[in-house]
Design a protein around this ligand. Structure first.
Ligand code: SF4
Length: 229
């Protein structure tokens, strides 16, 4: 059974262009300082929603929603994700997935059921532990990204930029790395302090150069590129 830490009944932003419910999966192996959902990091949550209740809710929304986004935490951390997606697909919903790509094999197994992926790439792959706090995380994320690109599933790669974690030169270098790996749709987004429990990151988030200016150097690398406010 999928462990679910939260449910948003209707979102227009988590899957661009789609009306979707968002299922927040409980548990994540990484410890990003800027995490906006720290309550979803532990393997077990205090306010878990039984999977049967999620399915009952979705039955009532059949015909009213385009799809369901599995978000987190990290959805691919759970072995129950594949069956959960099968069940949701059988109800007639399209499937979206938010992932950090850290379980490449499980990611590859679910991709045939997925219509769209939003994959976070957090830093140049060699620098991942600076953001995630976990050794070896960059290698896993890199493998996950390659699975998504190779699958042909529609996807958006996005990077959250905090000036204390990613210098502008890191962002530019990462964008070139991603373009070289075949990424066609890339979004950079500025760090937001809402929901972040790390006081130091919240207090030191002022940028010297607008992120839009950095983005101006990157637009030509991708078929689709944006700087998200
Ligand atoms: S990978 Fe996502 S859910 Fe996990 S700690 Fe980082 S920001 Fe939070």
């Amino acid at each position: 059974m999928l462990r679910v830490g939260g449910l948003t009944p209707l979102s227009t932003t988590d899957w661009p262009g789609m009306l979707a419910a968002v299922v927040f999966c409980q548990g994540c192996p990484w410890r990003c300082g800027y995490c906006h959902n720290p309550d979803l990091i532990p393997a077990r949550g205090e306010n878990e929603i039984p999977w049967e209740d999620v399915i009952a809710f979705l039955r009532r929304r059949q015909g009213l929603l385009d799809g369901v986004v599995f978000s987190g935490g990290e959805p691919t951390a759970q072995a129950g994700l594949l069956d959960a997606m099968r069940e949701v697909r059988a109800l007639g919903f399209k499937i979206g997935l938010h992932t950090g790509g850290m379980y490449p094999q499980r990611l590859a197994a679910v991709l045939p059921l997925v219509d769209w992926v939003g994959i976070d790439v957090k830093a140049p792959f060699a620098d991942y532990p600076r953001v995630t706090g976990v050794a070896g995380s960059g290698e896993r994320a890199h493998a996950g990204l390659l699975e998504v690109v190779a699958s042909g599933v529609a996807h958006e790669v996005r990077t959250t930029v905090h000036p204390a974690l990613l210098a502008d030169a890191d962002v530019v270098g990462l964008a070139h790395e991603l373009a070289a790996r075949g990424v066609k749709h890339y979004v950079i987004q500025a760090f937001r302090s809402q929901g972040c429990g790390n006081a130091s990151l919240c207090q030191n988030a002022t940028r010297e150069r607008p992120l839009q200016d950095v983005g101006g150097e990157l637009a030509g690398l991708f078929g689709k590129f944006s700087v998200r406010a």
